[in-house]
Design a protein around this ligand. Structure first.
Ligand code: IMP
Ligand code: MG
Length: 177
């Protein structure tokens, strides 16, 4: 069994989701957003965030996987791509966590090819110290340290997505700082 320690409480997450929703409502006033959920990790954050939105919002989903359990390789596989036509739309990509940024970079390049009017990113968590690309979220819930996190949608080998808070995990045998 892995050791766990909660680093962001459910209450703190709820506060951040409300703040992000308010920022998005202010910035998208008079426009309609196409909110894109990046599956699997974003499904809980996405569900909470879109319910904070008062601007008109359409939702769509994409599913992308990076190869490996705890280290980003930059190689991704697209399992599902959104069905909505992004041309001329105000597209808001909703991510659980941006780590190296390699996954987000692939998503943004592919979306740009569809000629959206605007393209922005909202991420709950940002491990900025590990970034390997120039991409940064426009809206960020929390800056987090270089540690492996689970809960509120984030997993370790498919588990712990259902935890209400965000927890730090130290799997046995895995060298983490
Ligand atoms: P990136 O391509 O390195 O930015 O990583 C992107 C993906 O790796 C995220 O969308 C997550 O699915 C996963 N990931 C990165 N860090 C963590 C973590 O601490 N916990 C769980 N998943 C993570
Ligand atoms: Mg993810």
């Amino acid at each position: 069994m892995e050791e766990m320690a909660e680093v962001i409480s459910p209450g703190a997450i709820a506060g951040a989701v409300r703040r992000l929703g308010a920022e998005i409502n202010r910035d998208y006033a008079g426009r309609e957003a196409l909110a894109v959920c990046v599956l699997n990790g974003s499904f809980i954050f996405f569900s909470d965030l879109i319910r904070e939105l008062t601007v008109p919002v359409e939702v769509d989903f994409l599913k992308i996987r990076s190869y490996s359990s705890t280290e980003s390789s930059g190689e991704v596989e697209v399992d599902w791509w959104l069905k909505a036509d992004v041309e001329g739309k105000d597209v808001l990509v909703v991510e659980d966590i941006v780590d190296t940024g390699l996954t987000l970079n692939v998503i943004l390049q592919k979306l740009k090819a569809g000629n959206p009017k605007t393209l922005k990113v909202c991420a709950l968590l940002d491990k900025r110290a590990r970034r390997k690309t120039a991409v940064n979220p426009d809206y960020t819930g929390f800056l987090v340290e270089d540690q492996f996190l689970v809960g509120y949608g984030l997993d370790l080998n498919g588990r712990y997505r259902n935890l209400r808070g965000v927890c730090k995990v130290r799997p046995p045998g895995l060298e983490l700082p």
